[in-house]
Design a protein around this ligand. Structure first.
Ligand SMILES: [Fe+2]
Length: 405
């Protein structure tokens, strides 16, 4: 740490040396300082098995108990926390200049949302598996309808905003009204299940500010990650915060693909595990003696894993390993895949949904490290789960779309 004191002098480097310390520690960002000031823990790591197991501490500002979560690779990209709403209680009303989406992990209750100064309030009820968005800077209050504690997980753009303006008061005490993100229309929090193509990649998108049950909701066929893969991206309250809900069939696993950090997966159904490794280590890391650099997280409902823990591109691959489909929601903050660097209008491809021989970053099953298939077969056998990976998937000479039955 460099301290500016009257005793600290800067000298030009002598003898052709380079200026500066060379090695130094990453500094806390304004958002890191803000999390510290909140008096609750912050979980940092690759991921965890269940949100229920995270240590929570009393959280004065919200009136609940909570913890921040900052998985590796998401630092400065977007924020996350888990909050417990006391039984038969409520969180304190608040507004803030950042986006906030919620996933209800456990419990049932309701949320009130209103524009400060307005008498009309939206009130909608939620249960385990509900997702909803709070429009930027609208007042909101989260109420627990049961006598048991409720557990909610939130994704925010708080780091993005705080790190730019570095003033907490300007974030929590700002009079600006986003009339483009909020409306008093009666159906504002009514679930809309129509599907349309998203404007960037043409994938299935739902414009809805509320989803009653992401654990059981209908998902359109996508096929990009694994045969039979289903997926939808909800578009809520004109947010920049990007996320999707997807599902691998029981007895199958995704192809690995690579991209830079931001994405975090949260498990909604089934049990599974994720491998992630730096793209520079190649497509067969075990075979090439780099297996010790591969990271793994096992999870079940409400568990989380980071897709790309380092800054560069990392491969990541997800395995459905129980008697249920592996349903996941992936959160990216404002880093949707249409936002890779490059000028507007430049040709861009769906490279994570395209195999390496076709110019993408997805490793076709026939090209992957044999360790993965072998281990998966053993795992399913031990769990008594039918293996639905077909021989064609591993056949280099098989032409055409992979069979999904
Ligand atoms: Fe990914």
């Amino acid at each position: 740490m460099h301290e500016v004191t009257s005793k600290s002098h800067w000298h030009e480097p002598a003898g052709g040396k380079k200026a500066g310390f060379g090695d130094f520690k990453k500094q806390k960002t304004p958002y890191d300082e803000f999390m510290d000031s909140e008096g609750i823990p912050c979980f940092r790591g690759m991921g965890f098995k269940r949100a229920h197991d995270l240590p929570l501490e009393p959280w004065k500002r919200t009136g609940g108990r909570g913890t921040y979560v900052q998985l590796y690779g998401t630092e400065t990209k977007w924020g996350c926390y888990v909050v417990e709403v006391p039984g038969a209680g409520a969180l304190n009303p608040e507004k803030h200049m950042y986006e906030e989406v919620f996933l209800v992990v456990e419990g049932r209750g309701s949320t009130e949302v209103w524009m400060e100064g307005d008498t009309k309030r939206h009130t909608f009820e939620w249960q385990k598996g509900s997702m909803f968005s709070i429009p930027m800077n609208t007042m909101h209050r989260i109420v627990n309808a049961s006598s048991q504690p409720a557990l909610l997980m939130a994704g925010t753009t708080a780091p993005n905003v705080l790190n730019m303006i570095n003033n907490v008061d300007a974030v929590f005490n700002n009079p600006f009204k986003f009339t483009d993100r909020f409306s008093s229309a009666d159906d504002f929090y009514k679930y809309k299940d129509d599907v349309e193509p998203d404007p960037v990649r043409g994938l299935a998108m739902r414009r809805t500010n509320f989803i009653p049950d992401v654990i059981n909701c209908d998902l359109p066929l996508d096929n990009r990650r694994s045969p039979g893969w289903r997926r939808v991206e909800p578009f809520m309250t004109n947010n920049q915060f990007y996320y999707w809900i997807g599902q691998h069939e029981m007895g199958r696993y995704s192809k690995a693909h690579a991209h830079t950090s931001a994405a975090v997966l949260i498990c909604l159904t089934g049990k599974g595990y994720t491998y992630t490794w730096p793209e520079k280590n190649g497509v067969t890391p075990w075979q090439d003696g780099k297996g010790d650099e591969v990271r793994r997280v096992d999870y079940e409902y409400s568990g989380m894993v980071t897709a790309a823990p380092g800054g560069a591109r990392w491969y990541h691959q997800h395995f459905a390993a129980s008697q249920a489909p592996l349903r996941l929601t992936a959160w990216f903050g404002p880093f949707n895949p249409g936002r890779d660097p490059g000028p507007p209008g430049e040709k861009h491809t769906d490279y994570t949904g395209r195999d390496i021989p076709e110019g993408g970053t997805a490793i076709p099953y026939w090209m992957e490290d044999p360790h993965l298939r072998k281990e998966y077969e053993e795992r399913l056998k031990a769990a008594g789960v039918e293996n639905r990976m077909r021989a064609e998937y591993y056949d280099k000479n098989y032409k055409g779309p992979l069979p999904t039955e």
